[in-house]
Write a protein that binds this ligand. Structure first.
Ligand SMILES: [Zn+2]
Length: 123
């Protein structure tokens, strides 16, 4: 039964991620469902060919999980549409000296040329 909860959770996560990036979130409900169902069917098919009995169900579940993972990865890698905040790049700061992109979550000096990035904070 827990897979059904995870299924709905993933639909919520994918549509929320897509909405944050500027996409219509309702499109990501069928998108997620189709990938999970296709994964489950492929898993079941492989299970029918490879094993017998209840173990086929395990294959179907693994297939569904792979389908779900693929939907999550695709949604995570969607381009942020113009005008939307890119939350993945909120802590990325371009060095004014060498243009190297630094993650300033932990360090405030440029990884490449060691320039101090603190005065250039604009968040
Ligand atoms: Zn630099």
């Amino acid at each position: 039964m827990i897979e059904i909860l995870l299924f709905f959770l993933l639909i919520k996560i994918n549509s929320a991620k897509a909405e944050l990036k500027g996409y219509k979130k309702n499109r990501f409900i069928p998108f997620t469902v189709i990938l999970i169902v296709v994964g489950e069917l492929l898993g079941a098919l492989i299970g029918i060919l490879a094993v017998k009995g209840i173990v086929i169900y395990i294959y179907a579940l693994i297939g569904a999980a792979i389908g779900g993972l693929v939907s999550y990865l695709i949604t995570s890698n969607l381009k942020v549409r113009p005008g939307m905040i890119d939350y993945d790049k909120l802590n990325i700061k371009k060095c004014p000296v060498c243009n190297h992109e630094n993650d300033i979550t932990m360090f405030t000096r440029c990884e490449n040329c060691n320039a101090d990035l603190t005065p250039y904070y604009d968040i």
